[in-house]
Design a binder for this molecule. Structure first.
Ligand SMILES: [Mg+2]
Length: 384
C-alpha cells in the first residue's frame, strides 16, 4: 500500500502579506492588521517584525501598541484577502487530486501515491509549489507533510515562517514527542490545566499514559487527544464523496455513549464543514447524519434546512438529527455529518422570491454553481 501523504499549506502572516502586496512600501516594516485601539479592536494578523515584541493574533490592539509602539496598524480588507485566497486555491487544485480549503489561508492536499507523478520526491515537488505561490502571487507559505492531517498541520507550524517539514511515515510519534501538548488540537485552557495537574507537558508524556488512566482522568476527549499525541489522526479530507455533498466522519478509538464527547465531536465537525462552505461561497440546504453502532449497523437521518453556512445553525440541526437517529442505546463506533443541496449565497435568497426574472437569475446562478462546484469541491481523479 502507498504511504499516506497529506500536505498542509499555510500562507504565512497572510493578511499582512496581502497588505504588503497592496502597499509595497510596507515590505519589511512592522505591520499589524488590527482594529482601532479606541474601538476595543484586536489584532487579526501581525508581521514577524511585530511578533518579536510578543504581539500575537487575538491580542487587544491597545496592548499590542504598548508592546510594539513602532507597529503600523492597518485596517483589514477582507475582500482583498478572499480574492488572493481564491487565486491560490485555483492554483493549488491543479496539483491536488484531493483538496480541502480548511480556512482562508490554510489548505490540505492528499498527495498519496503522487511520488512517481512528481518525479520521485514529494518534498521537492512541494518546494516548487511553494516557490510558484511566492513568485506568481507574491505570497509566502509554509508546508507540513505527514500521514494524517493533525500531524501535517503541526509539522507546518514547525516549518513556519517559510519552510517545509516532512514527517516520514512511522516517524510521527517521535516528531511530536518533545513538543508542548499545547500544539495538539482540542487542548484548550481547561484541558491544559488538567494535563499540568498530572505534570504532563509534552506530547510524548501524554502519549505514554495508559488509556485507562487517560479515560478515567481526562475522559473520552482526553483519549481522543492522546491519539493525536501518538501521531494518529484522520487523513480523510472533507471533499465531496458523491456529487454535491461535503462530509466528514470519524471512527472513535473506542465505542462510546459519552454524550458530551459526541456533542463536542459534532461541534468540531460542523465548524469545519461550515468553514468549507464559506470559503466555497455556498450555503447548504440539507444536512445528513450517520451513526455506526458497535454492531456495525448504520443509522442515518437527514433534514432540510434554510440555506445556511452558519456553524451554530448547522450544529443545532446536527444535535436534533443525533437525537432522532440515536434510538438503539448501543455504544457508537462512528459519527459522520454531511451537507448537500448547495446554492450560491445570493441565489439562496432568491429561492423565496416568486418574481420570474429573479427566478431566471436564480437558475443561471444554479448553473454557475454546478460548474463552479465541479471545480471546487468535487475531488478530481480519485474514485470513491
Ligand atoms: Mg497563515
Amino acid at each position: 500500500m502507498q504511504p499516506i501523504r497529506i500536505a498542509h499549506i499555510d500562507l504565512t502572516a497572510f493578511f499582512v502579506s496581502v497588505e504588503r502586496l497592496l502597499h509595497p512600501e510596507w515590505v519589511g516594516k512592522p505591520i499589524m492588521v488590527a482594529g482601532k485601539a479606541d474601538h476595543r479592536g484586536v489584532v487579526t494578523c501581525a508581521s514577524y517584525e511585530v511578533r518579536k515584541f510578543g504581539v500575537h493574533a487575538g491580542m487587544a490592539t491597545a496592548i499590542a501598541q504598548r508592546k510594539c509602539p513602532i507597529a503600523i496598524r492597518v485596517d483589514s480588507h477582507h475582500d482583498a484577502y478572499e480574492e488572493h485566497s481564491r487565486k491560490v486555491r485555483t492554483y493549488l487544485k491543479q496539483y491536488a487530486p484531493v483538496f480541502e480549503p480548511a480556512s482562508i489561508d490554510e489548505f490540505y492536499i492528499d498527495w498519496t501515491g503522487c511520488e512517481k507523478l512528481f518525479g520521485g520526491s514529494i518534498v521537492s515537488f512541494a518546494e516548487k509549489i511553494q516557490k510558484n505561490i511566492l513568485e506568481q502571487f507574491g505570497l509566502p507559505s509554509a508546508m507540513g507533510i505527514a500521514s494524517n492531517k493533525v500531524t501535517a498541520k503541526i509539522a507546518c507550524d514547525n516549518a513556519k515562517p517559510y519552510g517545509i517539514k516532512e514527517i516520514a511515515p512511522g516517524a510521527e510519534a517521535a516528531f511530536l514527542e518533545p513538543l508542548d501538548v499545547k500544539v495538539l488540537p482540542g487542548v484548550g485552557e481547561v484541558m491544559l490545566k488538567q494535563l499540568h495537574q498530572f505534570n504532563i507537558r509534552t506530547c510524548g508524556q501524554l502519549a505514554q499514559l495508559t488509556p485507562e488512566f487517560v479515560e478515567e482522568n481526562l475522559g473520552m476527549w482526553g483519549l481522543h487527544i492522546q491519539g493525536y499525541a501518538q501521531g494518529n489522526g484522520s487523513h480523510e479530507l472533507s471533499v465531496a464523496r458523491e456529487q454535491k455533498q461535503i462530509s466528514t466522519e470519524e471512527t472513535f478509538a473506542r465505542d462510546t455513549r459519552d454524550k458530551k464527547f459526541l456533542h463536542q465531536t459534532l461541534h468540531e465537525m460542523t465548524l469545519k464543514l461550515s468553514e468549507i462552505l464559506r470559503h466555497s461561497e455556498i450555503k447548504a440546504r440539507c444536512i445528513h447524519l450517520k451513526l455506526r453502532y458497535a454492531d456495525w449497523v448504520d443509522q442515518t437521518r437527514q433534514m432540510e434546512i434554510s440555506p445556511t453556512h452558519d456553524p451554530a445553525v448547522i450544529y443545532k440541526k446536527a444535535l436534533q438529527l443525533l437525537a432522532k437517529a440515536d434510538t438503539r442505546g448501543l455504544p457508537i463506533r462512528l459519527i459522520g455529518i454531511g451537507l448537500s443541496r448547495f446554492g450560491e449565497e445570493e441565489a439562496a435568497l432568491d429561492l423565496f422570491d416568486e418574481d420570474n426574472t429573479k427566478r431566471e437569475h436564480m437558475l443561471k446562478a444554479v448553473d454557475g454553481i454546478n460548474s463552479k462546484f465541479d471545480k471546487t469541491i468535487i475531488q478530481i481523479g480519485t474514485a470513491e
